[in-house]
Design a protein around this ligand. Structure first.
Ligand code: F6P
Length: 284
């Protein structure tokens, strides 16, 4: 059952993605609204949310829909629960840098632990539009091509992604706000990795999945829970890493082992190969 619905959600996402990408050009301004985490929304955030919401809430087999842009969960019948960050990294839109869409699929009512995930789907609107699809033990990347007539074609571009090398790092937050333990970790990582940070989780994670290494948006002195949202951003990315030979952590344990207290809660996020996650956790 869950495989069938994952398939439907994956294909619906592929169908929507080119519309999102081409609709961004007229929606680069900030709107006078905030999302439930208190961040100012860009017009495109609101628009992309409506687009995905309308499409997903009418798919049979989706029971709950929750968006980073909305306070409450939408109950839409029986079936899997879907979380979405419709436009991750949207502060990159005015400067025309990478943004994406992050989707998590759970077979339990929200909010629930990442161990209840059955799949995650991540769209990267970059020079190419690509889609990562992760299910138990499998992570694949597809390039999306818009057909001249209507519709899209999916080309498998990376089969069974497996983290092997360890070349790049991207760390969020301002250095003066980093904790001593994180600074120690960062110094060791910097010795043999190259900086790659663009300010959109989708793009930064994609670089680490490609080149190997580590992404972190750590706990900060001013924000002990970091910036990123557990259900909307951290869990789907952790699911990808844990199914491609890597690991995830909040600094202490796997992201997927966190039992959430609320839908919009934040967490420090580390995504890397297993050795670097162990190095970070040993610093505690
Ligand atoms: O949560 C939104 C987001 O844009 C993420 O995609 C990204 O990882 C992070 O915020 C970037 O934050 P900062 O602007 O502090 O580097």
């Amino acid at each position: 059952m869950s495989q069938e619905i994952v398939e439907k959600i994956f294909h619906k996402t592929a169908e929507i993605a080119p519309h999102i990408s081409s609709g961004l050009k007229n929606r680069r301004e900030y709107a006078a609204k905030e999302n439930p985490s208190g961040e100012t929304q860009i017009e495109a955030d609101i628009w992309a949310n409506e687009f995905f919401k309308e499409a997903f809430t009418s798919i049979e087999g989706i029971g709950e829909f929750a968006s980073e842009e909305e306070k409450d969960i939408v109950d839409c019948g029986g079936g899997v629960s879907v979380t979405i960050d419709p436009l991750d990294g949207s502060s990159n839109i005015p400067s025309n840098n990478i943004v994406g869409t992050i989707i998590g699929i759970y077979d339990k009512e929200l909010p629930c632990s990442g161990r209840d995930m059955v799949a995650s789907i991540v769209v990267v609107y970059g020079p190419l539009t690509t889609i990562l699809r992760a299910e138990e033990g499998e992570v694949h990347e597809y390039v999306l091509e818009r057909k001249e007539s209507d519709g899209v074609e999916l080309h498998l571009s990376r089969e069974q992604i497996h983290l092997e090398e360890s070349k790049v790092y991207g760390f969020g937050g301002r250095e003066y706000d980093w904790t001593e333990k994180f600074k120690e970790f960062a110094e060791e990582v910097k010795e043999n990795h190259k900086l790659r940070y663009g300010g959109a989780l989708v793009g930064d994670v994609n670089q680490v999945l490609y080149h190997g290494g580590v992404f972190a948006y750590p706990e900060l002195n001013s924000r002990p829970n970091g910036k990123l949202r557990l259900m909307f951003e951290a869990n789907p990315m952790a699911f990808i890493f844990e199914n491609s030979g890597g690991a995830s952590s909040n600094g202490q344990k796997s992201i997927l082992d966190i039992e959430p207290n609320s839908l919009h809660q934040r967490t420090p996020l580390y995504l890397a190969n297993k050795a670097l996650i162990s190095l970070r956790e040993e610093k505690n």
